[in-house]
Design a protein around this ligand. Sequence first.
Ligand code: SAM
Length: 289
Amino acid sequence: MTDIATPTRTKEILKKYGFSFKKSLGQNFLIDLNILHKIVAAAELTLEKGVIEIGPGIGALTEQLSREAGKVVAIEIDQRLLPILADTLSVYPHTEVMHGDVLDMNLSALIEDKFNGKKVSVVANLPYYVTSAILMKLLEERLPLENIVVMIQKEVAERIAANPGSKAYGALTVLAQFYAEADIVTIVPRSVFIPQPNVDSAVLRLRIRQTPAVEVQSEEAFYRVVKASFAQRRKTLANNLLHNFFGKERREEMFNLLEEVGIDPTRRGETLSIAEFAALSNVITRQSK
Ligand code: SAM
């Protein structure tokens, strides 16, 4: 059988089942084998490892993953794709398709249930409309993952992999790099999908850290400080923290805390390293105890 991810075979499958794309579900299917091979290689799979795929579509990526990994669980929200996947993936008995919205799933229980202690990666060509929500769920739930390799919008990948001081550096960068080392595997033109999306894409790899990059007393306080610091990019750190975290009545306390950790209040959020955000959230946590 030829690979699913060629224009001819994909069109054949879509025609056979009379499938029409739903834009609202971010359905852009991959038709380029080179890109698929790069995605799979980036996940560093072996037959001893397992994979969770989010949004298998008609199985273009699932098929390639099934050839490299010992177990694949693919989660698809669109019920219309289930009979198609049962057909296209029928030769891979170690591949299982689950119907549901990944955002509603208990992935920690799923990993325990399905993977028998194997190392697990998440590999996906993510639907654009929920990229950040899915990534934050995978990271914040501290799932026992080895890595996450995802095709996402190029600008979002650049934001996540950015360095402090750069234009792309923001709350998503800090939160993602707190849990993982990020790198961009390759940039992907829109011509490798049907239908073609309106944006270019990139393959992002997140290698999950054994322990977070910096020590924080309270992850919740850390998130709140980071999000507040980037609330309005053009404002200074002090301005953002005052309006989005402390409130005017705690103005003096805020300046004292910034001084204590040696952070100039006139700096902007985008210039702070992850370690500086951690130091700041740690003195704030201590203060509020
Ligand atoms: N993996 C396929 C490929 O590369 O050709 C399809 C990728 S397509 C960009 C995204 C897929 O995610 C679609 O099949 C869509 O139905 C599915 N999807 C969208 N939202 C989802 C959600 N919340 N949970 C699970 N699957 C979702």
